[in-house]
Design a protein around this ligand. Structure first.
Ligand SMILES: NC(=O)c1ccc[n+]([C@@H]2O[C@H](COP(=O)([O-])OP(=O)(O)OC[C@H]3O[C@@H](n4cnc5c(N)ncnc54)[C@H](OP(=O)(O)O)[C@@H]3O)[C@@H](O)[C@H]2O)c1
Length: 155
């Protein structure tokens, strides 16, 4: 979301009510509580959906709010044949994208952090030895911000 704001986008963010202030403070223009509202009822005709919700049928729902000619980027799953067929009917360009590690991108992120254009939020720090517990925590899908691993300097 913060990258989208940096590039001048109007951002509609989804989370549950407890995260409303957090999300708005990070710059979201609108907030939708996905637990009390169907986002399709209040969001329409957007240029881009960034799909991060790992739930059956969510991609099929999300593409309904994208305008013809717009894009849906899935962060967690490839587009199934059923999703591809619906996307074609709706005129939506739906695809999966995974992070490509790049020193240049990391430098860009570091510059934004330095300028205060990107606000990091770490909700929990786990020691290196507790990586399995960190995975369990992230698997709960209710993390606010990020989970970090602290590496012991003697390793
Ligand atoms: N392709 C890639 O390169 C790449 C890179 C990073 C991450 N990913 C994937 O992207 C996904 C998101 O990663 P993340 O690190 O942002 O996950 P995350 O930290 O676990 O995201 C949790 C957030 O999602 C919200 N949420 C949970 N269920 C929701 C729903 N049904 N509708 C709307 N919001 C919901 C939660 O809000 P509440 O707590 O308020 O419910 C919470 O704020 C994961 O599947 C991850 O594997 C992919």
């Amino acid at each position: 979301m913060q990258f989208a704001k940096y590039y001048g986008a109007y951002v509609i963010a989804l989370a549950s009510a407890s995260k409303k202030d957090f999300v708005l403070n990070l710059g979201a223009d609108e907030f939708v509580d996905y637990k009390t509202q169907r986002f399709e009822d209040v969001v329409q005709n957007v240029d881009l959906v960034v799909e991060a919700v790992k739930a059956d049928g969510h991609i099929l729902r999300s593409m309904e709010v994208v305008k013809r000619g717009g894009n849906l980027i899935s962060l967690w799953s490839g587009v199934t044949p059923e999703e591809a067929t619906k996307a074609k009917r709706l005129g939506v360009n739906a695809f999966y994208n995974a992070i490509q590690y790049s020193g240049g991108d990391m430098k860009f992120v570091a510059r934004l952090l330095k300028k205060g254009k990107l606000i990091p939020h770490v909700s929990k720090v786990f020691p290196f030895e507790a990586i399995p517990e960190a995975h369990i925590e992230i698997g709960k899908v209710h993390t606010q911000g990020k989970i970090a691993i602290q590496v012991n300097e003697t390793l």
